[in-house]
Design a protein around this ligand. Structure first.
Ligand SMILES: Cc1cc2nc3c(=O)[nH]c(=O)nc-3n(C[C@H](O)[C@H](O)[C@H](O)COP(=O)(O)O)c2cc1C
Length: 195
């Protein structure tokens, strides 16, 4: 069974975390979920759904769900001996990106990301801020140079989606694909022809 870590931080874009987690919860996978305090709060603010209620609802689906206290450094995902297929941080705040880039983490989410970098496990980061200052850009460059995939939540305009959910699906699909999970949420380019 595939094993994925999903980190949720306090950047705007919780709807992407919701879409990625909902999609994965319908697959035969092990999901290890770590939300920061602000990740939970912004999720609740932006989606109107209490975090614990959301976790309960995805737990009813096919996937095996494990969720962690971000302070629990004894958790399995804090160790390189716990082998995973990929980690996604969706959305990723500039604060968390900075902590991972500088190795100053101090919480489980950052530690799990650090483990991915040292073990060369796929790490997909969806950083959300606008505009980006030079500190943000340098941190993201450092993460990219260390093997992370930096996938900002930029809509696939060429898919000509006319609704919000279509745009969200497009971005969520690209995040999943970058983590090695092929899916049909996003439109594949076909020389400009309809697929
Ligand atoms: C509604 C809301 C939206 C936010 N959006 C962003 C954002 O898009 N990007 C960002 O870097 N921080 C954003 N922040 C600030 C982060 O939540 C803050 O920096 C926090 O310390 C991040 O902590 P974390 O990385 O542990 O989740 C937002 C905060 C709030 C309340």
């Amino acid at each position: 069974m595939k094993r994925y870590i999903i980190g949720v931080t306090g950047a705007s874009g919780s709807v992407l975390a919701k879409r990625v987690l909902s999609y994965l919860s319908d697959t035969q996978a092990e999901l290890h979920i770590i939300a920061t305090d602000m990740g939970r709060k912004v999720f609740e603010y932006e989606t109107g759904i209490p975090w614990s209620q959301f976790l309960r609802s995805v737990s009813q689906n096919k996937a095996e769900i494990h969720s962690y206290d971000n302070k629990d450094m004894f958790a399995s995902v804090a160790s390189g001996s716990f082998v995973t297929d990929a980690m996604m941080i969706v959305p990723c705040s500039m604060a968390t990106a900075a902590k991972i880039a500088t190795g100053t983490g101090g919480n489980l989410l950052c530690r799990a990301a650090d483990v991915c970098l040292k073990e060369k496990t796929k790490l997909v980061i969806s950083p959300r801020e606008a505009p980006l200052n030079s500190i943000h850009l340098r941190n993201l460059l450092t993460l990219s140079e260390n093997g992370s995939i930096i996938l900002p939540p930029v809509p696939m305009f060429y898919a000509k989606s006319e609704d919000y959910n279509g745009l969200i699906d497009g971005i969520a699909g690209r995040i999943l694909k970058s983590a090695g999970i092929e899916n049909d949420l996003y439109t594949k380019w076909n020389n400009g022809k309809e697929m």
